[in-house]
Design a protein around this ligand. Structure first.
Ligand code: NAD
Length: 380
């Protein structure tokens, strides 16, 4: 069976699904799997065709050959362009990220083409699946990079400096949403010398925030049942969000940097920073809104733009992992190899049937046999 590695076509995407070092893990005589790589697939991420070939992959003549000959296509983002899709027949399996809850129509379209799709965002957040969890890997990269962007745009410095020319106080960094990206942002900001604060609606987040040397921001606000299935936050009612915004405004006014990461899976991001809160910040402060792709946590965020409003810089990056493509690809690739190894052991990689009791395979299967199989995607 052939695994195909495609060059990503989405604008700005620099990652590659499989890195050369992991070719021998994906393909070896024991698994009977071979790897076929589109020429130049890894170039933006820093991996040459020669490195893939050295690790045992075959470099195809062109993209068309990969699309025609590979049984399983490994992607970062599933292809959406018609040129690629028309070249895929219904016997193919696609594995990659597809934003299945944000863009269920793509899954319906791929189902209509008879393709089998495993959408990696659907991997359950359970201990057994941790080494396949691409959302966590990519959120780690985003949290780290968000802090570097903030430091770069801030008109002040992060660390406290005591010099002969006077003392500079440390920057105050507030992280809203202490999930995977938020915790990484707190850790990174502290390493740069900032005083850090974290806030989340989930009660469990307090201990994690404090374990990183940050202060947990306590609001006079009750959300006893803010945590839903899988450890994610739940959608809360509008009056909660209104009060939350109002209370957060006072905390935000004290901060030099706000990194916002608050998300509720499958829903629009909660609005945590209104225009008044932006106006209340000191001139030269920075907001990095990692929720930009889902509408943003800040009312003024524009996805993929850096804007100035009320002398505050607001960034809305939607794909920070692509700005660190070598390591982001390395982490993604390892998650992907763990996932295909898991499917292969279950006999589900490219086989005729996807019938299984295995929770990981079952929940990650977005579509098969012409139908959307994922229950949350079907209900979108
Ligand atoms: P996410 O990206 O869905 O959300 C980011 C954060 O925003 C979450 O912590 C969420 O609670 C928070 N949030 C939502 N609404 C908010 C609001 N109104 N105000 C403030 N914060 C708000 O989450 P994630 O980073 O993907 O992870 C969510 C949880 O899952 C975390 O507890 C994480 O530790 C857990 N997790 C478990 C596993 C595992 O066991 N395998 C793997 C990864 C993550």
């Amino acid at each position: 069976m052939k695994l195909g590695v495609l060059q990503e076509r989405r604008p700005g995407e620099t990652r590659v699904a499989l890195v050369p070092a992991q070719v021998p893990l994906a393909a070896n005589p024991k698994t009977g799997l071979e790897v076929l790589v589109e020429p130049g697939a890894g170039l933006h991420a820093g991996f040459s065709d020669a490195e893939y070939a050295e690790k045992g992959a075959t470099i195809a003549a062109d993209r068309a050959q990969v699309l025609a000959q590979a049984d399983v296509l490994l992607c970062v983002r599933l292809p959406e362009d018609s040129e690629t899709l028309v070249a895929l027949n219904g016997s193919k399996t696609l594995i990659g990220m597809a934003d299945p809850l944000g863009n269920p129509q793509l899954i319906a379209d791929l189902a209509g083409r008879g393709l089998r799709v495993f959408a990696l965002e659907l991997i359950p957040r359970i201990t057994r699946a941790q080494n396949m969890d691409v959302l966590s890997s990519m959120a780690t990269v985003s949290g780290y990079k968000a802090v570097l962007l903030a430091a770069n745009h801030l008109t002040r410095m992060f660390p406290m400096l005591m010099t002969a020319a006077g003392t500079i106080p440390p920057a105050k960094v507030l992280v809203l949403g202490a999930g995977v990206a938020g915790l990484q942002a707190l850790a990174t900001a502290r390493r740069l010398g900032a005083v850090t604060m974290g806030y989340d609606v989930r009660i469990a987040a307090r201990e994690q925030v404090e374990s990183l040397g940050a202060k947990f921001v306590e609001l006079d606000l009750k959300a006893d049942d803010a945590e839903g299935a899988g450890g994610y936050a739940k959608q809360l009612d509008q009056s909660f969000y209104d009060r939350q915004r109002q209370l957060l405004g006072r905390v935000i006014a004290e901060c030099d940097v706000v990194i916002s990461t608050a998300a509720v899976p499958g829903s629009k991001s909660p609005l945590l920073i209104d225009e008044a809160a932006v106006q209340g910040m000191k001139s030269g402060s920075v907001i990095v809104d990692l929720a930009a792709e889902r509408g943003g946590n800040c009312a003024l965020t524009i996805p993929d733009r850096t804007i100035q409003a009320h002398s505050i810089t607001i960034l809305g990056p939607t794909n920070l992992p692509a700005s660190v493509p070598t390591h982001a690809s390395q982490l993604y690739s390892r998650n992907l190899v763990n996932f295909i190894t898991h499917l292969s052991k279950l006999g589900l990689l490219g086989g005729n049937s996807t019938e299984t009791d295995d929770q990981i395979a079952r929940e990650t299967l977005a579509c098969d046999r012409g139908e959307v199989q994922s229950v949350p995607v079907r209900h979108k």
